[in-house]
Structures are given as C-alpha cells and as structure tokens.
Design a protein around this ligand. Sequence first.
Ligand SMILES: [Zn+2]
Length: 232
Amino acid sequence: MNIPMIKLPSYELILPSTQETIRYRPYTVREEKILVLAMQSNNDDEIKRAMGDIVKSCTFDKVDINENPMFDVQYVFLKLRCKSVGEVSEVILTCASCEDTHRHFINLDTINVVFKADTKNILDFGDFKIEMKYPNLSDLSLIKSDNDVDSIFKMIVSCVKKIYTDEEMIENTKETQQSIQEILEMMVPEQFMQVQNFFNNVPALVHTINFTCEKCSTDNHIDVTGIYNFFL
Ligand SMILES: [Zn+2]
C-alpha cells in the first residue's frame, strides 16, 4: 500500500533581525519526537543539533542557528510551536508576596522580540570604532558558566565583527581573532563597559504577565523570557 503524502501548510513571518519576510512550515510529529528526545537527554549538543535541524528545514534553509542571532531563532521557534502544537501555553506562576500558585495561559502568537531604543551595533571610542554582531547559538555556547570570565570573554571576542580607525581595519577571522582579543584586553575598563553594555541590550523575546493574586490581592508583574520558559 502506498502511504498518501500529506502536504504541509506554509506561512510567512518577518525575521526580527533583518525584517525580511520568510516562509515556514510547521514541524512534523517525527521532528517533534527528535526534539523531545534531545531535550530529555539534557545533552546541550544534542538539543542544539535537534533545534538547528528543525529550524533549518521548517524555514526552507533560511534560518541557521549558527548564523542568525539567537533572538531570531527563538522567535522562529515560537512561530513553529504556534503552528505545530497551538498558540496557547499554560504556565504556573507564583505570587511574589504569598507564594500562592496561579494557572495562566499565554497566547504565544502575541510575543515579540523587543528592541531597546539605544541598541547600537557600532561602538564609537573616538580614535577607533568596533562593529559588533548579536550573538548566535555558537557564540553563546562558548560560555561555560555565568561566572567563567575567560569563556565570557571568548564569547565577546567572537561577537566582534571588525575594529577600525580612519586608516586601518581588522575584520574578525580565524587568523585575526588573537589580535582582536588583545585589542579588547588593552582597553580601559570604562571603555570595555560600552562593549558589555551592548550585550545587556541585545534584543530579546519578552512577555510580561500581570496578574492580581486571588489570595492576597498583590499585583504581580512577571517577565517571561527565553525559549525554554515558553516551551514548557
Ligand atoms: Zn499572593
């Protein structure tokens, strides 16, 4: 017996980083199974590979987790989840005041990437300028832990696109990465703050939930960020 082919529907979304309209399709049961197994494995490489494969095939090769910024990938994932599983996700919230728990339903389709007004990709230090790029998943996976300064520095170096003056320019490649790192190390801490600030202002998926606690009447405001929080 021949298995009848199911034609998957396709939709359009606007990619946050470039504002380009791209096509996407929902993921299949088989793809979801691979993702769930990867998540259960708790192995970061496996999760990354499963996410990468799904994002790539569902956007018809338009989005690559090793090239697109993380917030693009998260946004695409959210859209995929909406069309594949459903737009409503249930979360359990805890009141900040009395710790009573509340059930809340989020409409995932209303969540957007928030760009902060003062986000600039080119940092101006007078004598020289640094052009930065938003971190992708590969950059972020350089960080071993939140207090491993060395690995955080490596991630920062990998997000430098180029450093230039009126006369000279160094583009970040495998060959120049060491020099880029040395230039960053030669900066004074006050200048380096500007670089760190760039990372504090990276666009992100943000959704604020406001609810009034039924038990103690406290008004709660909870920011839900990141992909895992929306997924679970
Ligand atoms: Zn309460």
